[in-house]
Design a binder for this molecule. Sequence first.
Ligand SMILES: [Zn+2]
Length: 903
Amino acid sequence: MNDKEKTLDGFEELTYINHSPDTLTYIWFHLWPNAYKNDRTALSDQLLENGNTKFYFEDKEQRGYINRLNFKVNGSTATIEEHPKYIDMVKLVLPAPLLPSQQILISTPFHVKLPFNFSRGGYDNQTFQLTQWYPKPAVYDAAGWHPMPYLDQGEFYSEFGSFDVRITVPKAYIVAATGELQNRDEIRLLRSRSRKYIADSLYNDTATSSATPPISNNTGTKTLEYKQSNIHDFAWFANKGFIVNYDTCKLSSGKIIDVYTYFTWIQKNIWKKSVQYCKDAIRFYSTEVGEYPYPIVSAVQGPESFGGGMEYPTITVISPAALAKDLDVTLTHEIGHNWFYGLLGSNEREHPWMDEGMNSFYEYKYAYKKYGDKNGELELLFDTKAKRRTDQPIETPAQQFSPINYEVVAYHKTVKWMQLLQQTVGKPSFQQTMHQYFEQWKFKHPQPRDFETVFSQSAPIKLDTVFNYLHTTGFLPNQQRHGWKILTPFTPKVLKSYIDNPSKNLLIATPLLGANGYDKLMPGVIVTNYKLPPSDFQFLLTPMNATGSKRLTGLGKLNYTFYPASFIRMTTLFVNAATFSMDQYTDTTGASTFLQFKKIVPGVRFTFKEKDPRSTVKQFIQWKTYFIKEQSLHFATDTSIRGLDTTLTPYHSLQNNNRWLNQLQWVYDNDRALYPFNITLQIEEAKDFVRPAFTANYFFNYAEEGGLSVRFFAGKFIYTNGKTIKKQLDTDRYQLSLSGPKGYEDYTYSDYFIGRNEYNGWLSQQMMVRDGAFKVRTDLLSSQVGKTDNWLMAANFNTTLPDKINPLSLLPLKIPVHLFADIGTYAEAWQANAETDHFLFDAGLHIPLLSETINLYIPVFYSKVYSNYYKSTIPKNRLLRAISFSINLNNKFFKKANNELEF
Ligand SMILES: [Zn+2]
C-alpha cells in the first residue's frame, strides 16, 4: 500500500478447484475497484437513483480503478473478455477446459487506485478501508455463473477458500484484517498498545497525554501475514491512530477465541466496552445459531464518510457511533453476519432477506433483551408502505428494492416473518431447526428452498402458508393492529407509547395556537386521527377561538381512501373546509367589522400506480369544486334613520356572496436526485370564464451543492360566451398576473396570508408564487402591471450561491442567499398602444428561511414600468418597501416526506 498515492500494488495467486459436476471453459472475475472508475458504472447509476449525487459530481482524483492485470493459467497467459455492460466484471477464458474435480493455478498482478470511501471501501484522509480490492472469482453453482457488478444497495455471493495474505504497509500504520495475524512481533505490538492504553488510564477523561501512543521506530515498511480458511472474502483496515483493545472470549464449548477492537481517540468513550460487546455478540449467536468456528473476531472503527456498519469474515467495520448502545447493537448486527453472510454464504444479492433479514431477527432479539428496543419506527414505516400499496415482497433481489423498502422489507419485514415462523413452529423447535439449518448448510451457499426444506422436514405441521408470505406484499398476520388509543400531550412518553405499541385506531387531541392579522391569536385544539400508517378514513379538525374577531375559526379535512387493483393505485375522496377572517374595517368610531370567508371543497384524487417501485415518479389527477361564501362591505348614505337631520351619515353593511370554482389538475412529479422536475396542468372554471394553466419546474444540480431552479408558466384566460365589460370587472381577481399576486387574488383561499387584504404596512408585502410569479408588486395600482385577461407566459430563475461568496453564511445560523430573475410577457404588451415593453423582468436577492417556508425577495433590477411605479408611489424607504415575502407551508421538507409516505 502506498499511502501517499492511495494505491495498492498486488500479486494474486489462486488455486481454483472445480467442485461442480460440469466442465468449465471460463471463469467470471469481479474487478470491483472499477465500479469507481467513471460515472457510467452500475454503482454510479444506483447511487444516483438512490438520491446520492456525491460520487457523480466528485473530482476525478477521488475515483478509483484496477489495472495492470496479466492473467495466467498454469503459467501461460490467458485471454480476457470484457463484459458487454459492466467494466467491473471480466470473463477469464481458460486455455483448456477445467474438468470436474480438477484444479488450475490462476495468477495476476494488479494495481488499484483507491477511491475516496463513497460506499464501503477506499480512503478517507490517512485512513484506509481495503474492501472489495482484489480480482475475485464469481460463484458457479447449480444455477450456473453469478457475476454481479458492485453495488451500494445489494451485497455479495462469493466462493469459499483458504486465504494467505501478505500486506506491506508503512510501519506507522496499525492494520486490522480478516483472519489470524502470523507475525509474533506485531501481535506483541498490538497487545502492548492495548495494555499501554489501559495503563495510561486513557479511559480517564482527564488524561492529557497525546491522543494515541506513537509507534516507536516507525520508518520504513513492514509486511504482515494473515491466514484464514473457510472464508469467502478478505478485508483490511489501516490507520496510524488506532487504539487497540484485546481480550479472549470463552464459548460454552470451552473454545477460546481472540477478540480485538480498533478505534481512534475521538471514539474512545463510546468504544470503552467494545471488547465486551463483541464477546456478548459472539456468545449470543453461538447459542442461538451455532458455534463460531474461527479463532478470532475483530471490530474496527471506520471514518465518518462510511455510514453505518459493514461485515467481512472475522472482521467488521463501523462508522463513528453517537451512543455506546448504538455501537453495541450495530456491532452485534455486523458480527452476526459472520453466520449468515459469512458461514452460510447465501446469495445476498438475489435473496437479501436470507442474510440481512435473518440476521436482523437475531439483532432485534439481542437489542430487546439488553435494552428493551422494539424498532417500532421501522414497523410504522413498513405499515405505511404496505397500507399505501408501495411495499414489495420479501423475496426480491436487492437491486430491485426501493431504498426505503430495502430497509423496511428485506430487513424489517423479514424479522416479523421469522417471528411468525418461530411462533408457528414453537420456540424450542425453531431454535433447534435453525441450528440444524446452520450445521447442514454452513460453507455451502443455501438457497431459499434449502431453508424451507429444513423447516418443512422438522415441523410437524405444513408451513406452506408461512413460506408463501415471502412472495406477497402487505401485512403478515402478526402485524395486524387492534383497538384504540388516545394521545394527548398529557399521555406519558406520548410518541413512544404509540410507536412501541401501535393500535389500529388513534385519536390525537392537542392544543394549538393559530394566528393571522385579523383573527389575531387563535387558541384552539387539533382533533385528528392522522397517523402512520394512515387509516382509510381520516379526519382533522382545528376549532379555534379567534381573539381578534371573536369568532370561531378553523379548518377541517375528511377523506376516505381505497385501493383499486388497477393502474390507479389509490383513490381518495375528500372534503376540506375552512373559515377565517380575511379583512377588517374600522369605522370612524373605532368599531371594527371583520369580514369572513367560509369554504367547503369536495374532491377526488386518483394516484397512478408507479410502473416500478424504484421509480421516483408520482402522478395524480385531482378534481376539486370550491364552494366559497365571502363577506363584503357595502357603503351607503342613509337619510331615513336620522329623519330630519340634514347631515348624511355613511352607513355600512355586510353582504354575503356565494361563488364556486371547479379545478381539474394533472400533476407529474419526478423527484429524482439529479435534475428533478414536475409539471402541473390545471384547468379552472367558474362563472364567465375558463382558465387553463401550465406550470413546469426543473432543477439543475450544481456539482458542489445547490443548483438552479427554473420555472416556466403559461396560462390563458377565456371568457365563456364572450367578453363584456361587466365580466371583465367581475373576474378581476381570477385574471392572470405577472406581478406578485396578493391575498385577494388567492381566490381559492389556498395560501396562508397573514394580512390577506392589507394595502399598507409590512403585511401588504406578502405575495404568492403563482402565475408570472414576479417578486415586484404593484398593488397600489387599480390595474396592476402585467395583469391580463388573455394570455401570459413567464420564466423564473433561482440559483443558490456557494458559501464562499455568500456573506450571510458567516453568521452563526448560516443563512442562505439565492439570486432570482424573472422574465415574462403577456397579450397586452404586444398591442399597438402597449404601455410596457414586450418583455418585463425583475431580479434580485432571495433569502429562504426554514427550508424555504418563509422567503424574502429583495428586487434590485426591474423593468422601467416598475421603477416608475416605485418612484411615484413609494417616496421613501423604497428598497425596504419593495421587499416581498411569501409563506409556503408545503415546504421542501414536507413535500419530500409526503412524496415518500403519502400520509
Ligand atoms: Zn447487515
